[in-house]
Ligand binder design. Structure first.
Ligand SMILES: [Zn+2]
Length: 324
């Protein structure tokens, strides 16, 4: 069963979340298998990104989609994961070339140090003209050395963007995507996150909370193998049996992360409108129809010449969805 559990250490400025996605993760790979399964190294990376995006969605107060995207200069051109506020998740990767099963992050996406990870927060009800927030982080550290562990890339980003110590342990195989997040809370309370001076005060506190440091050290002792074989309760007990843990119970019962795709005829239509009438007419001339397949769920959308003509005559304004 898939699980997502948020928790807090009672009386301490530390919170966390743990996630296991099994059925949903397997369903995403079943879609992919129809056109050729991922190499093991890509499965592991995409699974780690999926677990991380679910943990980030659980961890921030934000009503919108969280999108993690790695754009690479190696054989893995693109890896993208999108998590909605209800924890439905979808993921896909584009591969051009050979990837060994034991390829590192650098081998796959950062051959010439051009690889990037983009973190996008896309508000649910975006006002016209309103932009999604995007942060971009390189895949090398402050000394220019390539980072080969994806969790380190995100840890770096979260430390910079939220000014809060964060520790992430991620693991994935073809059965399961799993992760654990531990974060220090600002001393003055969570409500202070947006305050003008909060960042300055928190920056001063980075690395200085003994409670956080102790708990993060425990969290970092978690091995990928344990994360992939134990249920969430067993992991929490094994790591934090000597700490006082309070679990959040969401109003609707346990949070169930799951695979669901947000593609639709409407979204494909707006993508085609963005492409432009000339381009679409060219495709119709060459192929007779416009056929668009969703890379996330495998759904096929077909526009015959009449459907295609209607795209540009019903007066709809072009939308600006980044992802179809
Ligand atoms: Zn889809």
């Amino acid at each position: 069963m898939s699980e997502l559990q948020k928790f807090i250490f009672e009386g301490l400025p530390v919170r966390g979340a743990i996630v296991r996605l099994d059925d949903g993760w397997q369903a995403m790979q079943a879609v992919r298998a129809q056109s050729g399964a991922y190499p093991d190294a890509v499965t592991a990376l995409l699974g780690e990104m999926t677990a991380a995006a679910l943990l980030m969605q659980a961890n921030i107060k934000f009503n919108g989609a969280i999108i993690l995207q790695i754009q690479g200069d190696g054989p893995l051109k693109l890896a993208v994961v999108e998590v909605q506020p209800d924890f439905s998740v979808r993921a896909t990767a584009t591969i051009k070339g050979e990837i060994a099963d034991n390829a590192t992050l650098t081998d796959m996406v950062n051959v010439n140090n051009e690889g990037r990870c983009a973190i996008t927060l896309d508000p649910k009800d975006r006002m016209p003209g309103q932009q999604a927030y995007q942060g971009v982080v390189p895949l090398f550290d402050d000394e220019g050395k390539p980072i080969n562990v994806f969790s380190k890339v995100l840890q770096h980003y979260m430390l910079q963007s939220e000014q809060l110590d964060t520790c992430l342990v991620l693991a994935a195989n073809d059965q399961l995507a799993a992760g654990l997040l531990i974060q220090r809370l600002p001393m003055a309370g969570e409500g202070n996150l947006g305050a003008e001076n909060a960042n300055v005060a928190n920056e001063d506190g980075i690395g200085k909370s003994e409670d956080y440091n102790r708990i993060a050290t425990l969290a970092m002792s978690l091995k990928a193998e344990e994360l992939l074989t134990l249920d969430t309760e067993s992991v929490l007990h094994r790591l934090f049996w000597d700490e006082s843990l309070a679990r959040f119970v969401p109003p609707e019962g346990p949070i169930q992360p799951r695979f669901a795709c947000s593609c639709s005829q409407d979204r494909v239509s707006s993508m085609l409108r963005n492409l432009g009438a000339d381009e679409v007419a060219d495709i119709i001339r060459e192929q007779g129809n416009v056929e668009v397949g969703c890379e996330f769920c495998g759904a096929q959308y077909r526009f015959d010449p009449i459907d295609a003509a209607q795209l540009f005559t019903d007066g709809s304004a072009p939308a600006s969805d980044a992802i179809q």
